[in-house]
Design a protein around this ligand. Structure first.
Ligand SMILES: C[S@@+](CC[C@H](N)C(=O)[O-])C[C@H]1O[C@@H](n2cnc3c(N)ncnc32)[C@H](O)[C@@H]1O
Length: 426
């Protein structure tokens, strides 16, 4: 359980850390060469170490960045420091072991979903059913951003809970309905068939949950609500928290956010607003990255990012006032082709021959941009921590008497947006 003091302390540390690394967070990676990010933004000792060992490090990227720092002291310090400022560095974050000592049941509802979704649904449904059991009266689960109904159908059919899915995208609703029909036929659970209802509704903070729930579940006029949301993208997470604080009938909240790039409401808490803390688009975009996924899938910058940064350097050296805003995406398999297309798009003369361009790209060393990209991605966890701790603080300062938890719900390797904000009113 989290207190204001704990959350404030954790926020202060992370904001101070992000202030220090702000130039790296806020830089535009496509300006890497022209703006000389490597020299200007990285601490000198780290840069030297990386320059001396760049080939070895890039070849063993996953091993090195995952903790084998014995030969790379500066790099080790940078990554460890970034990791400490992610939510992993907050000791009060709870795991599931304390809550569910036994292994989770195998879900029948795992039919027709990916292994990642199955993992998420398995853990989230168990957590929600555990929350709902705490109530002495009927609890209707309202799943905000229900998508294709994976979580809600599991809660309805496996855990026998009444669930109302609310989804803004009517197309998802159709595929959800088809899936539910298939599930119903397969398992033949007549007593549970009426447990799941879904509506094409956009969840807003003033939505009258009692009214819409009564239409779907008239037999539960006095039920209380558990407002769930699995990967509520952007502002939907914020909206769910606002509903929880406003609507006394919502007794439980279980929210896992995602797509911080779509977030417009930050900060939520008066604690951070009073300090004038804001977050730029670049920081929110960076928060969506996952260092582990980049390392595991070796998803280093694509050729097009390398082409773009090299193109910018060549053009700015010749035409310093050029604007690259209209450039957009250009698909090319070679740098010379990219260069020519990009010049045409920007109405510039093609001022290098094919041979010159081939030679320029032959001498270009992609290692430094690759390393810079991974170092920058290691800061994503600290930004995510600030976003989620701010949400927790909002709940704690709202005046609503509740217990608030941040729970590491998913295996980070399977699902990087793995933290759930869970709240229960007294
Ligand atoms: C990342 S998806 C997650 C879907 C589902 N919960 C799952 O885990 O499979 C987020 C969903 O929220 C829906 N959504 C976003 N904002 C919404 C809103 N204000 N009201 C209802 N649905 C919303 C989107 O259309 C999308 O289907």
């Amino acid at each position: 359980m989290l207190s204001r003091e704990i959350v404030q302390e954790a926020l202060r540390k992370r904001i101070a850390f992000l202030d220090k690394v702000q130039p790296i967070v806020e830089c535009h990676v496509v300006d890497f060469l022209w703006e000389n990010h490597w020299q200007k933004l990285l601490p000198e000792a780290l840069r030297w170490e990386l320059e001396e060992n760049s080939v070895k490090i890039v070849e063993n990227l996953q091993e090195v960045f995952s903790g084998n720092y014995s030969k790379f002291e500066q790099l080790g310090q940078f990554i460890t420091n970034a990791g400490c400022h992610s939510l992993q560095g907050v000791p009060e974050i709870e795991g599931l072991d304390g809550i569910f000592p036994k292994d989770l049941q195998n879900l029948k509802v795992s039919d027709f979903m990916t292994p990642k979704k199955e993992h998420e649904v398995k853990k989230t449904s168990q957590l929600i059913s555990w929350l709902c059991k705490k109530s002495s009266s009927t609890t209707v689960v309202i799943d905000a951003g229900d998508g294709k109904g994976y979580l809600s159908s599991c809660l309805a059919f496996e855990y026998n809970l009444p669930v109302l899915g609310l989804e803004t995208n009517a197309n998802y609703q159709k595929s959800s309905k088809n899936r539910i029909e298939k599930l119903k036929k397969k398992w033949k659970l007549p007593d549970r068939e009426d447990n799941y209802k879904s509506l094409a509704v956009t969840v807003t903070s003033d939505l009258n949950l009692r009214e819409i729930t009564l239409k779907s579940f008239p037999k539960y006029p006095e039920a209380n609500f558990c407002l769930s949301g699995l990967h509520t993208c952007g502002d939907l997470a914020v909206t769910c928290l606002e509903i929880f604080t406003r609507d006394p009938d919502v007794k439980f909240l279980c929210n896992i956010g995602c797509c911080y790039n779509l977030l417009t409401k930050f900060p939520m808490s008066s604690f951070l607003s009073a300090q004038g803390v804001t977050m730029t688009d670049r920081a929110r975009m960076l928060a969506c990255q996952s260092l582990n996924t980049i390392l595991r899938e070796k998803s280093l910058p694509s050729n097009s990012l390398h082409f773009r940064t090299l193109f910018e350097q060549l053009v700015k050296a010749k035409h310093p006032d050029s604007s690259f805003q209209q450039l957009g995406k250009i698909k090319s398999s070679t740098f010379s082709d990219y260069f020519q297309r990009a010049c045409i798009k920007m109405n510039l003369p093609i001022f290098h021959s094919q041979e010159e361009l081939d030679e320029i790209f032959k001498n270009y060393n992609r290692t430094f941009l690759d390393l810079f990209y991974v170092l920058r991605a290691s800061l994503a966890g600290a930004i995510e921590a600030v976003i989620l701790l701010d949400r927790v603080h909002y709940l704690l300062e709202s005046g609503v008497q509740s217990k608030v938890h941040l729970i590491k719900l998913f295996d980070y390797e399977i699902s990087p947006r793995c933290y759930a904000i869970v709240a229960e009113k007294f």
